[in-house]
Design a protein around this ligand. Sequence first.
Ligand SMILES: [Zn+2]
Length: 248
Amino acid sequence: MKIICLKRSAVYYILIGLVLGFCFMMAPLYHKPVYRDREQWEKTGAVVWEANVREKVVALTFDDGPSPTFTEEILDLLAKYGAKATFFVMGKQAEMYPAIIQREFNEGHEIGNHTYNHPEVNQIPFHELKADLIRAHQVIFNIIGADMKLFRPTSGFYDEKVVKVANLLHYKVVIWTWGQDSRDWTKVSGERIALRIMETIKPGNILLFHDQGGDHSNTIKALEILLPVLKEKGYRFITVSALLQKSL
Ligand SMILES: [Zn+2]
């Protein structure tokens, strides 16, 4: 009887050993960051690059502002052509130029979060990114009295961490249409920016510009050319949220 008991306990220990061994082997899989490609992210609806629309509508977006030098000139141009845009602003800039944020909002443009301090989002931990976004959110909320719904990560970087923070704070992550980065932060001329966009633009595109950080007279020049030409071709310029609402 005693021998049988020993045998039973031996089997018991072996089973426990096997279960623990299996768990040990599988553990890295649970901690391994999940990689999802663009198609997988698009299916979740948490990250967007562009919209699939029937109408001739596109979204102009401006990052890093507001700027005391360039933003108001851009707002004047948008008003002249009845265009609405989305400004992904930095909390730090908004704090310095609240009247420009207020004007953007009053004129029907959308304001999105582009962090407070512009950290590289892939280089900071979860809690720091979360704190930075909350700080920017509060600054903007105190100016316009409304919540922002969109977040554009710095350098357009997205991964599980970035999307998780954005989701937690009820933001949709907005990148831009591949190929519609104006690269207006380089020395490229406004004429070249406009030409390339006019050749490649499609309904539903989200275009990337900047209104702060360096000389953005090229951005203004590009808009001066683009807005009347695209309007003539039947395009309308609407906010990112309005564009996404039209998505099929
Ligand atoms: Zn930026």
